[in-house]
Design a protein around this ligand. Structure first.
Ligand code: HEC
Length: 167
């Protein structure tokens, strides 16, 4: 229960985060990965849970990849701790193997508890916006957002062909 409401809270936060940029986006709605419509239908408000973030369990095997003093994510003042999966290219510059993960653990202060994980996972696409899947997870490893998330894609496109901002 606690994790669900937390996921809902983070989903709201993500929605707010995305909503702030809606004014700039004149483009028509994009094709999203549609999830099945909630069959319960009792309360249409809470988004259907996305379930667990499957790589959460192996986060302890990831390596530190840098620290960010003022992350560009959320309201721009968070501390970010970067992690990479063991197979990822540590230079941030080379071609990343399919399945490689970069994770940014976000908290208001360096010593404060983690509030969210922002995640990028390399897809089989050779290049371009589809070469990363974007995910957001709660501190307990519940997904709050997943997919070809438009805002993530647009901003990370500014990082150039790798899609990554080196720390
Ligand atoms: C406003 C631009 C912007 C948006 C929107 C954005 N990012 Fe980022 N992202 C950055 C920048 C800049 C960095 C470098 C570290 C930092 O500032 O936190 C970064 C770093 C990352 C990293 C670490 C790998 C790297 O490139 O350094 C991950 C993982 C990540 N972002 C995931 C996401 C996800 C998931 C979303 C959407 C929910 C997202 N980002 C939206 C700008 C953005």
């Amino acid at each position: 229960m606690g994790s669900l409401s937390r996921a809902a809270a983070l989903a709201a936060l993500v929605a707010a985060f995305f909503g702030g940029f809606v004014g700039c986006a004149a483009a028509p709605p994009r094709h999203h990965n549609h999830r099945p419509v909630d069959e319960g239908g009792d309360d249409p408000k809470p988004p259907p849970p996305l379930g667990p973030w499957t790589d959460f369990g192996r986060l302890s095997t990831f390596q530190a990849a840098g620290d960010i003093a003022h992350s560009a994510h959320r309201i721009g003042t968070d501390s970010g701790h970067l992690l990479r999966s063991p197979d990822a290219d540590a230079s941030f510059k080379g071609t990343q193997p399919v399945g490689a993960l970069f994770v940014e653990a976000l908290s208001p202060e360096p010593t404060a508890p983690i509030e969210a994980y922002f995640i990028m996972r390399r897809t089989p696409a050779a290049s371009g916006p589809a070469s990363w899947e974007y995910l957001v997870a709660t501190p307990d490893g519940t997904l709050a957002a997943q997919g070809n998330l438009g805002l993530c894609v647009r901003c990370h496109a500014e990082a150039g062909p790798t899609g990554l901002f080196p720390p």
